[in-house]
Structures are given as structure tokens and as C-alpha cells.
Design a protein around this ligand. Structure first.
Ligand code: COA
Length: 260
């Protein structure tokens, strides 16, 4: 499928999704959000895709936020609809996916860009990143999950400081806060993301999906994460991958997982 604002490439079971609006610093307009939804739904359903790396075109920005130009005509109701749709169709979709999604963050990751990176399971950043949630400078607050995911990732005090000051932070600061997993040079960004993703893809796919579900349960209101863990743990025992993993261990060979 051809997209207007995304570049898609599938190599070695990794689907690369590059947000490709470089002249607007890859800002997320409605078309881009709809295309992200379509690309991710297709990737999660496609057996040839093991995991996803999301990055931004060019070296200047991952994503510089939601497209501010599209905000001008929104009112209370249409803003609610936009936020709700974005949550369910893109950000929650990624977070709750059955396959690992890594953000390879290059340059500015602001507003919706940082929110997109935070919805991913792992964040690798190049040393030139600038991250922030500058919405209050526009008279807004983050609307694509930023108030929740930033708080979960770095804690309430630091999240409120970043959101209320609208300050951008460097790669080193983001790393120190636990907002990003690794910092690498721009040249090494995709290589590092690929290295981590390929390691994950060598593990049992249903166990990876179960791990995502169980870990995500820790931040879902009204659910007992320990019970979800018990459910997911026990379900693993019914998989062929479990039999293969244990057999391979006992036979001192590398497991050949089929995702069944
Ligand atoms: N929405 C729409 N367009 C955006 C954008 C956004 N979030 N961020 C950047 N752009 C556009 C600019 O309008 C400009 O377009 P133009 O060349 O047609 O005028 C182009 O991308 C380049 O941006 P520019 O501001 O000229 O680059 P810069 O290097 O001077 O500054 C930033 C970079 C990231 C500091 C600045 O673009 C910025 O503050 N962007 C908005 C960040 C933001 O508030 N995001 C949260 C949105 S809720």
C-alpha cells in the first residue's frame, strides 16, 4: 500500500515506518495519523512482520508534534474527537500491540512526537534529540497520552515540571530520567534499534506478546496486574513455542520458535 506521508520498508522481518513530512518536521497531521493507523494494523496482522521500527525522515526531527496548523479550526467537540481517535487508533494501538515497536528517535520529539515515542515499547535516541511537551505554550495540554505516559515513565514531579515549563530536554537528560533506553550517534541509530529488535525476534513471539500485555497491565486502572501476569504466564504453557523452548534447552540447541 502506498502512503502520502509514510515510507514503508520490510527487511528481515522488521517493518520500518518512516514519517515522511520533512518540510514540516514530520508533524502529525490527520492524514499521517490515519496512515499510521492503517500501517500498524496491517503490520500487526502480517505474518511476515516480526516487529516495527518507527522513525522520522531527515536528521532534524523525529516528529515536531501534532500539526499545529490543523488545530486552528478545532472546537471543544472536534478536539475531543481528535484526541479520542488518536488515542484509540494510533497511540493505544501501538502500546497494546502483539509485536514489539521501537521508536528510533532522531532530532526533535515534541508534543505528539514525544507522545508517539512514549507509546512505543522501547525508545532509542540519537545524541541530537530534543524532547519536550510544549503544548502549554499554545494554550493547550498534551492530548495524545502525554500526561499519562510521561508520568508513568519518569514520575509525577518530573512530568509536571516538563509539561508546565514546556522545556525541551537533551538526550542525556532524557536518558537519566529513564525516558529513553539508549543514546547513540545519529549514524548508529537504526543499527542499534535493529540489534535490539532482532534479539527480541529471536525469542518466542507469543511470549513477547504476553510480556507486553502483562507489563502494560501494571498501568491500567481497575485491573490487577498480578492476575493478568498469572493468566499470561499460564497461557504460555499451552503453546508449541513453550514445548520447543524447553526441548531446545534440554537438547542444548537453539530454539526454533514458530509463534504457535
Ligand atoms: N506543526 C505544524 N508545522 C510545524 C510543526 C508543527 N508541530 N513544527 C514545525 N512545523 C513546520 C514549521 O511551521 C515550518 O514550516 P514552514 O517552513 O512552512 O514555515 C517547518 O516545519 C520548519 O520548522 P521551523 O519552525 O522553521 O524550524 P526551526 O528549526 O526554526 O524550529 C522547532 C524547530 C521544532 C523548534 C519549531 O518548529 C517548533 O517549535 N515547532 C512546534 C513544536 C510544538 O509546539 N509542538 C507541539 C505541537 S502540539
Amino acid at each position: 500500500m502506498a502512503y502520502q506521508n509514510l515510507l514503508i520498508d520490510l527487511k528481515a522481518r522488521v517493518l520500518y515506518i518512516t514519517i515522511n513530512r520533512e518540510s514540516k518536521l514530520n508533524a502529525l497531521n490527520k492524514v499521517t495519523l490515519a496512515e499510521l493507523h492503517a500501517a500498524i494494523v496491517e503490520a500487526f496482522a502480517n505474518e511476515r512482520v516480526g516487529g516495527i521500527i518507527i522513525t522520522g525522515a531527515g536528521s532534524k526531527a523525529f516528529v515536531a508534534g501534532a500539526d499545529i496548523a490543523e488545530f486552528i479550526n478545532l472546537d471543544i467537540n472536534s478536539a475531543r474527537e481528535l484526541s479520542h481517535e488518536a488515542h484509540t487508533k494510533v497511540f493505544d494501538l501501538i502500546e497494546n500491540g502483539n509485536k514489539p515497536v521501537i521508536a528510533a528517535v532522531n532530532g526533535f520529539a515534541l508534543g505528539g512526537g514525544l507522545e508517539l515515542a512514549m507509546a512505543c515499547h522501547i525508545r532509542i535516541a540519537s545524541d541530537n534529540v530534543k524532547m519536550g511537551l510544549p503544548e502549554v505554550t499554545l494554550g493547550l495540554i498534551p492530548g495524545y497520552g502525554g500526561t499519562q505516559r510521561l508520568t508513568r515513565l519518569i514520575g509525577r514531579g518530573k512530568a509536571l515540571e516538563m509539561i508546565m515549563t514546556a522545556d525541551m530536554i537533551t538526550a542525556a537528560e532524557a536518558h537519566q530520567l529513564g525516558l529513553i533506553n539508549h543514546i547513540v550517534s545519529q549514524d548508529d541509530l537504526l543499527t542499534k534499534a535493529e540489534e535490539i529488535l532482532q534479539k527480541i525476534l529471536s525469542r518466542a513471539p507469543l511470549a513477547i506478546a504476553a510480556a507486553i500485555t502483562a507489563v502494560n497491565a501494571s498501568s491500567r486502572d481497575g485491573v490487577n496486574g498480578f492476575e493478568i501476569e498469572t493468566d499470561e504466564f499460564s497461557k504460555c504453557f499451552g503453546t508449541e513455542d513453550f514445548k520447543e523452548g524447553v526441548a531446545a534447552f534440554l537438547e542444548k540447541r537453539k530454539a526454533d520458535f514458530k509463534g504457535k
